[in-house]
Design a protein. Structure first.
Length: 119
């Protein structure tokens, strides 16, 4: 028995999930299930090419690692770590960074003042 589905953007969503998002998750929010799934569809579509490239890179790295293990019966930890660095599996630690959430936070619904909670 096939389950009832609805199409939003490029997504095919089971009706029960759509109804749950609409009636439980979005209740009291200024967003509908239709908006939620349309936004999700847009995000997935925007990231599809990058995701495909990352999956190809992962496959390439795994192939190289598998080959290394076949060719190296005994593992020298230093040689193995250097190999992983050489193929780009281990990368240098990035510099510190900050994520600014101000625009995102401004879209949240106004929360009640909870200053009374803290002594």
């Amino acid at each position: 028995m096939s389950k009832k589905k609805c199409i939003v953007g490029k997504l095919s969503i089971e009706q029960s999930l759509f109804d749950f998002i609409e009636n439980e998750v979005c209740e009291g929010l200024d967003v509908s299930a239709e908006n939620f799934f349309q936004s999700l569809s847009n995000i997935l579509n925007d990231l599809q090419d990058e995701n495909t490239q990352l999956l190809k890179k992962r496959d390439s790295l795994q192939t190289q690692i598998d080959k290394w293990h076949i060719e190296n019966n005994e593992i020298d930890p230093t040689a193995y770590k250097n190999f992983l660095k050489d193929i780009g599996y281990i990368v240098p630690k990035p510099s510190k960074f900050t994520i600014m959430l101000i625009e995102w936070m401004m879209k949240l619904p106004k929360l009640p003042d909870l200053n009374w909670w803290y002594p």
